[in-house]
Design a binder for this molecule. Sequence first.
Ligand code: DX5
Ligand code: ZN
Length: 218
Amino acid sequence: DRAIKIAPSILSADFANFGQECQAIEAQGADWVHVDVMDGHFVPNITFGPATCKAIRPHIKGVMDVHLMISPVDSYIEAFAAAGSDFITAHVEAGPHIHRTLQAIRGAGAKAGLALNPGTPAEAAAMLLDDVDLICVMTVNPGFGGQKFIHSQVEKVRTLRAMIGDRPIHIEIDGGVDPVTAPLVAAAGADVLVAGSAVFRGGSVSDPAPYGENIRAI
Ligand code: DX5
Ligand code: ZN
C-alpha cells in the first residue's frame, strides 16, 4: 500500500500572505507545498516567478514542489533551483527539448518532474523514465484553480504506473482533486495529490483549522 501525499497548491492561497499560508498548511498536515508558476504564454494566466519562490522557501519546512507552466523553460531552471525548489516540474508540451530540460533540472541539483497535459498520452513519458523523479498528470487544462476533474486521465495514470514498474518515480495528480476524485487516482497508482480549492476553501491564515479538515477529507 502506497502512502498518499497531499500537496496543497498555493494558487488558491492568499497571494498577500504566502509565508503564513505555507506555515498554516504544513501545520495542518500538508505533506508538500505545490507552487504554480504561470507565464501568460504557455498558459493563459500569470502568477509569479523565482523571486517569489525564494521568498516563500524559508516558510516551508518540507518539500517545495515547483510546477513550471512556462515556455521557454530552460533559461529559468537555474533560478528556480537557486530559489530552493526540491522538485522542478516542466511540461513536455512547453518545448522541443524536454530531455535536455530534465537533465538541466537534475544538473541544477533539483529533482526532475515531467508534466503531461490532458491531451498528451502516457507514451510521451516512455523515453524519459530514467530522467524523471516525478510524472505530473494534469487532470485539468493548466492555468486556473477550481476546474472540473477530467475523468479520462484516470486510465492514463494506470498506464503510467504500469510503465514505471519498480522505478522510484512519483505519480502526481494536479487539478480537480477532491474527496470524490482522490480515491479514483489513488487506486490507479498516484501517490502525490495536488489540491488547491479543495484544501483552501473555508479557511484562512487566521482560521486555518478548515485546511486540516479539508486535507484529512481528501
Ligand atoms: C492548474 C494548477 C493546479 C491548480 C489546482 O493549472 O497547476 O495546481 O492550482 O487547483 P484545483 O485543486 O483547485 O483544481
Ligand atoms: Zn500545479
